[in-house]
Design a protein around this ligand. Structure first.
Ligand SMILES: *Cc1c(COP(=O)(O)O)cnc(C)c1O
Length: 228
């Protein structure tokens, strides 16, 4: 079996190559390691191999790991569904939240953010394929939501995030997200600089279309145990 260190170095080489192919600087693409369902030891191994940014989907699971790994000074991203009664804990534990799709959640995150922690970095999740059951604001509502979020004092609105539908080739959806990001720029503030898109199966396409964060789990940690 491949070690975490080997998987990370081949992933980084693929990111470099995808950036070069797109005429982009690989330093402009940040790798967030999605560590959901993976134990503390796996995260320690990835941190030892140089990764500093990790993403989690499930709050209770994340809270335990974040406390256990406090000695490492990692940056944590919340990439899961947000229930409104969980905003206080999310605002305390994380530095980034990728999945804000309504004003009520943004307000609650802002009012719960401890001032000493500095502003919470926010991405608006966009329902880029207009899937009926999927989280995310419709593309047509992005600019208005951005304009409301920039009024909130303890948030720093950075950009957008999406998860394209699995049944279609993702590249076209990534391009639409990039276009929506550019179109909403006038409604956002000066920190509007982040497009979070691309996972293990499609991060190269995402980089080709302008991703500045890729969220990769399986290519770093190996397959997740889905029976958990
Ligand atoms: C699980 C997950 C990922 C990572 O998926 P892989 O295919 O394992 O790379 C990225 N983003 C979100 C929102 C996820 O839930």
């Amino acid at each position: 079996m491949q070690s975490t260190e080997n998987r990370i170095s081949s992933l980084q080489a693929r990111i470099q190559r995808a950036a070069a192919d797109a005429g982009r600087n690989a330093d402009d693409i940040r790798l967030v390691a999605i560590s959901k369902r993976k134990p503390e030891a796996a995260i320690r191994a990835a941190a030892a191999a140089g990764l500093r940014e990790f993403g989690e989907n499930y709050l209770q699971e994340a809270a335990v790991k974040i406390a256990a790994l406090a000695d490492l000074d990692l940056t944590w991203h919340f990439v899961g569904a947000i229930q409104s009664n969980k905003t206080t804990e999310i605002a305390r534990l994380f530095q980034w939240v990728h999945t804000v799709d309504r004003e009520k959640i943004a307000r609650r995150l802002s009012s719960s953010r401890p001032e000493a922690a500095g502003p919470l970095d926010i991405l608006i999740q966009v329902n880029i394929d207009d899937e009926p059951q999927k989280a995310g604001v419709a593309t047509s509502g992005l600019a208005e939501l951005a304009a409301r979020i920039i009024e909130l004092p303890n948030l720093r609105l950075r950009g957008v995030m999406a998860i394209p539908k699995p049944s279609a080739p993702p590249r076209e959806a990534f391009r639409r997200l990039r276009n929506a990001f550019e179109e909403a720029r006038p409604a956002a503030a000066s920190n509007w600089d982040t497009i979070s898109m691309g996972m293990t199966g499609d991060f190269e396409d995402a980089i080709a279309e302008g991703a500045t964060i890729v969220r990769v789990g399986t290519a770093i940690f190996g397959p997740r145990d889905l029976s958990q």
